[in-house]
Design a protein around this ligand. Structure first.
Ligand code: ZN
Length: 135
């Protein structure tokens, strides 16, 4: 985590291709989330899929995400595809509400919990160079 990634302005075919590549890289490395800077693109995009069966219907794309609020606390191990095989104990909020844009640029707000909340916070940290620990 170093610099803040750039906001996405153009929602076009190149963006779709990048998101496809991100899912590919994420599955290839067995992760539940991946941020664009991790594959060399300094853009505010991350993808997650917290479904144990990896159903494509569970794929989620967050572009220009903003954490609106977070609540509660969960303890657990957290890994990162940039540091394969390394897990650290990290307390996180249990629930998080995030506002973002989808692949077409449409704004949405979603509240997630558990592993998805952990993944959203972890990936947002990759993009915004800001940390979100439990309160
Ligand atoms: Zn990571």
């Amino acid at each position: 985590m170093t610099q803040k990634a750039k906001k996405v302005i153009k929602f076009n075919k190149n963006l779709e291709r990048l998101v496809d590549d991100m899912f590919y890289a994420m599955y290839e490395h067995g992760g539940v989330g991946l941020a664009a800077p991790q594959i060399g693109f300094s853009k505010q995009i991350f993808v997650i899929n917290c479904d144990t069966e990896r159903l494509t219907t569970s794929e989620m794309v967050f572009i220009n995400p903003k954490i609106i609020s977070y609540n509660g606390k969960q303890d657990g191990q957290e890994g990162c595809l940039s540091f394969p095989g390394m897990f650290v104990e990290r307390s996180r909020p249990e629930t998080v509400t995030v506002e973002a844009q989808d692949i077409h640029g449409k704004k949405f707000t979603i509240t997630v919990n558990g592993l998805a909340a952990r993944a959203v916070l972890h990936e947002t940290e990759h993009l915004l160079a800001k940390e979100f620990d439990s309160l």
